[in-house]
Structure formats: C-alpha cells, structure tokens
Design a protein around this ligand. Sequence first.
Ligand code: NAP
Length: 308
Amino acid sequence: MTAPPSVLITGCSSGIGRACALRMHRSGMTVYATARRPKTLKPLADEGIRTLRLDVTDEESMREAVDTVEAAHGAVGVLVNSAGYALSGVVEEAGLDDMRRQFETNVFGLARLSQLVLPAMRAARSGTIVNVSSIFGRYAVPGGGVYQASKHAVEALSDALRLETAAFGVRVALIEPGPVRTTEFGATYIANFKPVSEDYAEFRSRTAEYFDAIYTGSRRTLAGTFAIQADDVARTVERVARSPRPRARYPVGFLAHSTLALRRLAPDVVFDNLFVRRAFPVPRNTGRRPVPRVGPEPRQPRHQGDKS
Ligand code: NAP
C-alpha cells in the first residue's frame, strides 16, 4: 500500500485553506498547514496538523517550508495554492502599487512556490499542484478587474504548467469556485473599495450591499442564495489531490457550473447584457450630465447621381 501523500497548503489562517487542511488531515493525509501569521494556525496545530510559517511574498519563508516537507518526505506530494485576497475598485482608479501587491500575492507567490516544489516532484515523477482560481479566472465584472486579472493569470500559468510537467508525472489542476462564504475574504473586498470619483460612489454602495449579501448568507441576490461553504471547495480539492488523472479545471458550486457554461456559449454582448448587467452591480450615470448615445454612425444618403 502506498503512503498517503504529504500536502502543503498556503493561506490556512482562515477560509478555504483552513477547510482544506482540516478535511485532508481528517482523511489521513499528512498536512502541512501554512500561514504568514503562525499564531492563526493554533486551532489546526491543536488538531494535530503540522504548521509552518509561509508568506507567499517572502522567498525565504517559502524555501524554508518546502525544505521542511522535502526533508521529511523527499518531495511535496500535493501543493495547494490557496492564499490570496481580492483587491476591489474600478480599474480607472486602481493604484499601481495596489495592483502590484495583488499580483505579488495571487500570481507571483503561487508561481514561485510551484517553481520551488517542482524539481523534487519531477525527480519523484509524481506530484499534484492544485491552484485555487475562481469563476473570475474565466470572466470579469465591474469593480473587480484587478483581482479578476490576477485569476486569469493563474489560469494561463496553470494551463502552460499542466502541459509542461505532464510528461514527468506532475499533475496541475485549477479549482474555480463561485462565491464562497468566507468572512475574511468578503470583509477585505468591501473594505478596500474606496472610490475617488463621485461617479462611482453609488456603484460602491450597491457593490458593498451585494457582497454583504453573499458573506452574511442573505438570499436577496443570486450570489447570496447560491454561495457555497469553504468545505465544499475543500471536498473538491481533496478529490483532485487523490486523483491519478485530474481534469484541468473544476468549477465548484451551482453558480460556477452554470455561469461558466454560459460564458462558453454566449457571445460577449449577450453575456454582458443578459447576465453581467442583470446579476452584478454595474456603474450607472447618476449625475446630471447626460451621456451622448453611442452607436453605429448613421448611414449617409447616397449622393444623387453617384453611380458607385
Ligand atoms: P480568506 O478566508 O480571506 O483566506 C485567504 C488566505 O490567504 C488567508 O489565510 C490569508 O492570510 C492568506 N494570505 C493572504 N495574503 C497572503 C500572503 N502574502 N502569504 C500567505 N498567505 C496569505 O479567503 P478564501 O475565500 O479562503 O480565499 C482563498 C482563495 O480562494 C483565494 O485565492 C481566493 O481568491 C479564492 N476564492 C475565493 C472565493 C470567495 O468567494 N471567498 C471565490 C473564489 C475563489 P492572512 O490571514 O494572513 O491574511
């Protein structure tokens, strides 16, 4: 019988990372739960889970964590990249430093940690990298453009990596949850949306209400009604970790399955107007200044006698 794989998980102070650590530990895997603030891992340590400090923006902490697991197991069996947060706000007003920080955590952290575990995984001709993306890795809506760009980048990196490492027995899979009721994630999203222009103020308050409904469990919106729990995502992550041939991507939850199917089938104009504009808050022109109608140029009447 083969030994259960060792699992290294990022972002275990709360939410999906923590749910993965608990679920996979309870199912008999050797879990290394990590977070940038080790004291947040105490409840997991009390369950008997091994804990390590790991900040995905700190190279040394990533190296040390990988070295620890490799010293005990030869290679990381499964890497679950879950650490991440969402920068909110309209693209026009996103600060470049905030955008860089978003990519530093959600994209470069995940990419660098994958680079660090890969040599030993390749040598072992085995291993799985599970990247927690989002439905927003496949489409974008107003107010989350930078976060959604970071998840699109995660999808592209994962697609390339999957094909690059398959020959060496290393599997790469994407997890694409719809809204997940994780309090910290929602609180961060709402808190960091601070519009500068009055034009976006009303949109900001509707966005806050919308996300509040998801994370407080209100059924006022589609997303609030169908939001899932962190453990629903963890169940899928565990399934992927145990699979000898995981699929490339795993939507999680009804909203993920349905909206990603629509995204595949609908042209942009239909997707925007029939889905995004109805299901998500979108900025409105609430000021007094009218917006000139934008549309195709009117056809010029043909000049009489023009034979062309
Ligand atoms: P969460 O409860 O806020 O958990 C995010 C985790 O990432 C926390 O442990 C946080 O640690 C950690 N983190 C942030 N920056 C880090 C860094 N530099 N180094 C290490 N850890 C860091 O949110 P969640 O919902 O579980 O999110 C987990 C993943 O799921 C994210 O990648 C997110 O994009 C994705 N996702 C979430 C949803 C959703 O609706 N919640 C939907 C789709 C996808 P601290 O406590 O130290 O900040």
